[in-house]
Structure formats: C-alpha cells, structure tokens
Design a protein around this ligand. Structure first.
Ligand code: AMP
Ligand code: ZN
Ligand code: FE
Ligand code: FE
Length: 272
C-alpha cells in the first residue's frame, strides 16, 4: 500500500537522524513517499534527492517555516517548491539570523534564573550551518541537570508564553505564503490543532493557503475529521505526516501519519 509521510525533521534542524538515515528508516517502514520538512532550511535535499532515487522512494520538496499572525505563532509547510529558488534561499538565511538572535535572548532569559548555557554550547548541534532552536536548548538543559526532560523544559520555561520564552523577529504568514507561491510551491497550515480557537483558524484560512495538514502524528480519526471537513468546505488540499523528530520526540514513529498516492500526487507535481 502506498503511504507517504509528508512531515519529518532531519539533523539539518531539530531531528536526530541524518537525511540518509531518515530515508533508510522510510524504506524499512515500507513508505513509498516522503517529504523532509526541516525548520527554515532545505539543505537536507542535497544528499536526500540522490539517496531517495537510489532507494526508490518518491521525495517531494518540503520545508517548515515559523511565522506569526496577529501575535500567534504559526507553522507553514511549503511543498513542491523549486529547490534552487533564490528567494527561498534568501528567506532561509533571514530565518537563520532570526534564530541566532532569538537563541541569544532565550539563553539570556535562562541565565537570569541561574540556568547557564553559553552560546557556543549550541554549536555542537549545528556549527551555525543547521537550524538550531528551542529543542536543542532544551536538550542542553537536560544534560546539565536543570530539568528532567525536554518536555519539562518546554512546559516550565521554553514554551510559548513561559518565563524564558522569546518570540524573536516575526515573519508574516501572508509574505511567507506569497514567497512559497513565487517558488511554484504550495503552502499548507501545519498542525492546526495547535492554534486554539476556531475563529482564529478561520481568520487564518482567509489567507491564500493551498491546504491544511489534516493527518498528524497520532491523531485519532475523530480528531482528523474536523480538519478534513474544514478542508472540504474551504476547497483546500489535505496533507499529513508524523512530524517525526527521532530521539527528540521519542513517542513518534516515522510513518505513523501519512497520505495516500492520490493525495501525494495532488501536492507534488515537480519532484526534484
Ligand atoms: P523553535 O523552532 O525553536 O521555535 O522550536 C519549536 C520546536 O520545538 C517544534 O517544532 C517542536 O519540535 C519542539 N517543541 C515544541 N513544543 C514542544 C514540547 N512541548 N515538547 C517537546 N518539543 C516541543
Ligand atoms: Zn521541530
Ligand atoms: Fe511545527
Ligand atoms: Fe515539524
């Protein structure tokens, strides 16, 4: 049976498997298709494109951008965009800068309550080439014994609105969607259940999104129905994936959420 997981992260952002390891795992899980949606980078594709071909896996281009709409944090999945598009490349660079500054702010907030992490300690995750964010900071907090788990780090300190949280520079949802469209891609609203309040979601969906992520992680079917109905009503495409992060979120397996062959080909018309 054709199954494609359209949401996962590699070591180029906050996943713990390299792109090759992800593809090997995809093969082992008998997935036919995959999209690697690293936060703010498509660098995984340089190695992933030839490796996917070797393994007979259909690989569609993907990325996950962190944006803001009316003070709420929104993740946008970009699919089927052109990999060598200059504007996407520049936009990723801007996001990288935002993260350096934001991580600095978060570390300063942590220092105020006696949790000491130096900026250089984050280098082990990315040497400034990869996307480094809160999960990496959370991992260091665990290693240093400041918190028992990554989950606790988010719950008490790093989660949105918690005492050491910093939003960083904001990028608009409208601009991000327009940019993805200029790169011939499609923009999907990621994990809509994380945005509380139906009115806010409807407000967001008045923007020119192409689709909604309806199948997500370990969602039970009754929870997915709400999003499938909304996609139908708004005439939007549907997508789905596990949001696999490897050991960073050890309760999620690659392929636990997926889309079928028809849905895959509706989204991806320009495989790299
Ligand atoms: P950032 O990109 O730095 O804003 O961090 C966001 C990422 O942190 C998400 O994509 C998740 O991978 C992870 N994350 C968010 N909330 C939690 C949580 N409560 N527990 C574990 N990981 C989380
Ligand atoms: Zn993540
Ligand atoms: Fe996300
Ligand atoms: Fe994600």
């Amino acid at each position: 049976m054709f199954r494609a997981d359209l949401h996962c992260h590699s070591t180029f952002s906050d996943g713990t498997l390299t792109p090759i390891e992800l593809l090997d795992l995809a093969k082992k899980q008998e997935l036919s298709g995959l999209s690697i949606t690293d936060h703010d980078t498509f660098d995984a594709y340089a190695v992933a494109v030839p490796a996917a071909k070797e393994r007979g896996i259909l690989l569609g281009t993907g990325i996950e951008f962190s944006c803001t709409h009316k003070a709420m944090s929104v993740h946008i999945l970009g699919y089927d965009y052109l990999l060598d598009h200059a504007e996407i490349r520049e936009f990723c660079q801007k996001h990288k800068k935002r993260r350096v500054e934001r991580n600095r702010q978060i570390l300063a907030n942590l220092a105020k309550i006696g949790f000491l992490i130096r900026e250089e300690e984050l280098d082990k995750f990315g040497e400034k080439e990869k996307t480094v964010g809160r999960p990496h900071i959370a991992q260091l907090m665990v290693e240093k014994g400041y918190v028992p788990s990554i989950k606790d780090a988010f719950q008490s300190f790093l989660g949105e609105g918690k005492k050491c949280y910093a939003p960083g520079e904001s990028f608009s949802v409208t601009d991000t969607i327009a940019l993805i469209h200029r790169a011939k891609g499609k923009a999907f609203l990621a994990h809509p259940h994380m945005l509380e309040g139906a009115k806010r979601i409807r407000d967001l969906l008045s923007l020119p999104f192409d689709g909604i992520e309806c199948h997500y992680a370990k969602f039970p079917p009754e929870k997915e129905k709400k999003w499938l109905d909304l996609a139908k009503e708004k005439k939007l495409l549907i997508s789905g994936g596990s949001d696999y992060h490897g050991a960073m979120k050890d309760y999620i397996t690659l392929g636990c959420s997926w889309v079928n062959e028809e849905t895959f080909h509706r989204i991806f018309q320009n495989l790299p």
